[in-house]
Design a protein around this ligand. Structure first.
Ligand code: AIR
Length: 139
């Protein structure tokens, strides 16, 4: 492997954003799969409702190719990210209340033209597997 290609492969590929530390039981599944598969990634906790400016800045600055957004309750995070970037966004609804149905609908029911690829409730690992499948298209 040349020096240059090594550098490219180490670039951040996936950005994981969770709405709260309380989503840890879900986002650790995502992080574990990305680590196991040696996918360069970065992780942030940003609540879109509590800190929208920070989210804005982060999306603009991140060099990641894919965003994974993990949130419960009125889970606007994945949709807001999708409204601010053309990169693929994978949403993970968290079962904070109502068994996660609230977050599932918030995540999946996006308006036309602003897609969020939604995995199952608390299925953090599937978000990572989907991101890896998308990244494989680049190889
Ligand atoms: N949340 C945080 N900001 C906006 C939303 N939707 C979500 C978190 C978490 C739940 O609200 O993703 O699932 C509760 O967060 P907390 O911080 O009160 O424990």
């Amino acid at each position: 492997m040349s020096k240059n290609s090594k550098k490219i492969s180490q670039k951040i590929r996936v950005a994981i954003i969770a709405g709260s530390k309380s989503d840890e039981h879900v986002y650790t599944k995502t992080l574990d799969v990305l680590k196991e598969n040696k996918i360069p990634h970065e992780f942030q906790i940003i609540s879109v409702h509590r800190d929208p400016e920070k989210l804005d800045e982060y999306i603009k600055e991140s060099e990641a190719l894919i965003f994974i957004a993990v949130a419960g309750l009125s889970a606007a995070l994945p949709g807001v990210i999708a409204s601010k970037t053309d990169k693929p966004v994978i949403g993970v609804p968290v079962s904070a209340k109502l068994g996660g149905l609230d977050a599932l609908l918030s995540t999946a029911q996006m308006p036309p033209g602003v897609p969020v690829a939604t995995v199952g409730i608390d299925r953090g690992e599937n978000a990572a597997y989907l991101a890896i499948r998308i990244l494989k298209l680049l190889d």
